[in-house]
Ligand binder design. Structure first.
Ligand SMILES: [Zn+2]
Length: 226
C-alpha cells in the first residue's frame, strides 16, 4: 500500500492520513496528529521508571508535542527558540502523566537566566513558572537574604559566600557569543553598556542564597549549643 493510501489510525476516524503525520509507525490525519503525538508521549511517560533518564523517543515526542502547543502560545522565556532548540537545551525535572516540568538557560544578557516552565498535558498548555538570574549582585543578594550589603561584602571577603568579579562573567559571555558565531557582538564594556555592573563588582552564584541560609541556621544552632 502506498503511503498516500494510508488511513488515519485514530480510533473512529478513517480519513486519509496526511503525508507527514506519522508517529512512530502510526499514521494520522492532520486533525488527529497532535492527539497521536500526545497519546504516544503519555505511553512513554508510563513506561519511564523512577530515576531513569528520558529516552530519545521520549525527547522526540516531547519536541513534537511542544511544536503543537507553541502554535497557540509562546511564553516569553521561550521566544525566538525552535522546538528542537528547546528540546535539546531543556532540563526535565518532574515528569508525570499530567505535567512535565522543565527549565532552560538563556543568554540574552551577560548574566544568564534560567526560566522554569510547567507543561500541562491535561490542559495542553505551557506556563512560565519563574525566571531566576544565575548570578546576583551584592545588592540583590542582600535584599533576598535579609542581610545588609556591608555584611554580604564581609561574608565574601571571609570566603563564606562565594562570589566572582563581574568582569569574569562578562568576558565569558562575550567570548561565548563570538565563539557561537555572532560576529556582530561589539565589546560592550568598552561602550559603557555595563555601567550598572561595574567590572570589578561582585556577582554571587544564585545557589549561594540557599547554601548560605542553611549555613546561617547552622551558625545559630552552634551559638545556642555553646
Ligand atoms: Zn483522523
Amino acid at each position: 500500500m502506498a503511503i498516500n493510501e494510508r488511513r488515519c489510525e485514530w480510533s473512529g476516524c478513517s480519513d486519509p492520513a496526511g503525508p507527514a503525520e506519522f508517529v512512530y509507525g502510526r499514521a494520522y490525519c492532520p486533525q488527529h496528529y497532535f492527539s497521536g503525538v500526545e497519546s504516544a508521549l503519555i505511553e512513554e511517560i508510563r513506561e519511564l521508571k523512577e530515576g531513569q533518564q528520558p529516552s530519545t523517543k521520549f525527547r522526540n515526542l516531547f519536541k513534537r508535542y511542544l511544536e503543537g502547543l507553541l502554535r497557540s502560545k509562546t511564553p516569553p522565556g521561550l521566544a525566538m527558540l525552535t522546538p528542537s532548540q528547546i528540546e535539546s537545551r531543556s532540563i526535565l525535572s518532574h515528569i508525570s502523566e499530567e505535567n512535565i516540568e522543565f527549565s532552560i538557560e538563556r543568554h540574552g544578557s551577560f548574566v544568564p537566566e534560567t526560566y522554569y516552565f510547567q507543561l500541562s498535558i491535561k490542559d495542553r498548555e505551557i506556563d512560565q513558572v519563574s525566571c531566576e538570574p544565575d548570578y546576583l549582585t551584592v545588592a540583590e543578594f542582600a535584599k533576598r537574604s535579609g542581610l545588609t550589603e556591608r555584611k554580604v561584602r564581609m561574608l565574601i571577603k571571609r570566603g563564606e559566600v562565594e562570589a566572582i568579579r563581574a568582569c569574569e562573567v562578562q568576558d565569558e559571555w562575550y567570548y561565548s557569543m563570538v565563539a557561537g558565531g555572532r560576529r556582530s557582538v561589539r565589546i560592550p564594556w568598552k561602550l559603557g553598556h555595563w555601567d550598572s555592573f561595574p567590572r570589578r563588582g561582585y556577582l554571587i552564584p544564585f545557589g549561594e542564597i540557599e547554601r548560605y541560609s542553611k549555613l546561617d541556621k547552622l551558625y545559630e544552632k552552634d551559638e545556642k549549643d555553646r
